[in-house]
Design a protein around this ligand. Sequence first.
Ligand code: HEM
Length: 412
Amino acid sequence: MTGATTHSGGAVLADPQAYTDETRLHSALAELRAEAPVCWVDVPGYKPFWAITKHADIMAVERANELFTNSPRPVLTTVEGDLHQESIGVSTLIHLDDPQHRKVRAIGADWFRPKAMRGLKVRVDQLAKTFVDNMARAGGEIDFVQQIGVNFPLYVILSLLGLPEEDFPRMLKYTQELFGSEDVEFQRGGSVEERGLALFDMFNYFNEVTASRRANPTEDLASAIANARIDGEPMSDIDTVSYYLIVATAGHDTSSAVISGGMQALVENQDQLHRLQDNMNLMPLATEEMIRWVTPVKEFMRTAQQDAEVRGVKIAKGDSLLLSYPSGNRDEEVFDDPFTFDVGRDPNKHIAFGYGIHFCLGAALARMEINSFFTELVPRLKSIELAGPPENMATVFVGGLKHLPIRYELKD
Ligand code: HEM
């Protein structure tokens, strides 16, 4: 059966509910890797696509960035959602291809380099301490996702942008409505149009930021974006807002999902928690393992510009390909015991940040904040256990836990 180009398992990739049940998801992905690693998925509501589930193939497709482009279909949305996106005209880094992509990426790139990260570390460590202190004050039982997991990364990214703290709750609501938009708990309304309102609110907010930073530039990323020039020209309003949008949203739910999912993994694998407590030098490796384990970005898409082949399967010009990062990060050919959470995993060649020219711009920031948070929390933990069932978010794009009830004791 190896080499088949269709498989019933392919449907999970277009089913938001499948991502709420990791066992079901991963058993379907494992079957796809073994039986139909390049699989044609044609399900109601979606334009069909090829599902790419092997680590090596995901890298090969990303490497060939002229043959397989991000435009015109960078992420999986429904047919209805595709039309809506086109009508809004959002254009962020993930919608662009070279040469434009390179120029636009350069605007923010300096703010994410190691030098800038070192400058930000003091603030991030301070925020990590504040949030762990909050846990101590909360009295031993919380929903970790809603009280810590979503807030800490938001504070980090909005601090980097330079936005005022009183606006943080509003941004939290918008990003959750946008990225959790397949999950009824966070939806603003039933229809695509109603959900689009969250996007418009965010647009309006960032338009005001642009105007104020153009009038009074400050030393922050928001000013760098507002005053950026491409080929000597200022960016259009929509492109400027799109830039904020990708930084604010990409920088938030992703790290948040890893911090919450990393917490769950430590609670459920107490041997690994104790191993880390005994040797905090493992923290950089533990950080990578949490990122691999959670893989919060479920997919990005590419479109073939010419007839092509992946693993011997013919791909026609114009076909879309879905890169399944959760599948790549459990690929038995790359990882020993891929379903074991191992805080000392080394090497760990995960592809949670993607690969090639679109490689995650915020990877160093994400690593720093995850590392900072657990470096503060882990030594202070006396005990920790689940206080209820963890719940995952329904999504086909970015997500992870939405609830993680925990009971714990911290050292003073
Ligand atoms: C653990 C946390 C994160 C994960 C797993 C993650 C994952 C990803 C992935 C898979 C991509 C697409 C890569 C590709 O197409 O090859 C991406 C792109 C991107 N990420 Fe992240 N991300 C994370 C955190 C962040 C943070 C903190 C920021 C901060 C602003 C950020 C900003 C971006 C941007 C701007 C892009 C678009 C880059 C481009 O198209 O050139 N991400 N990320």
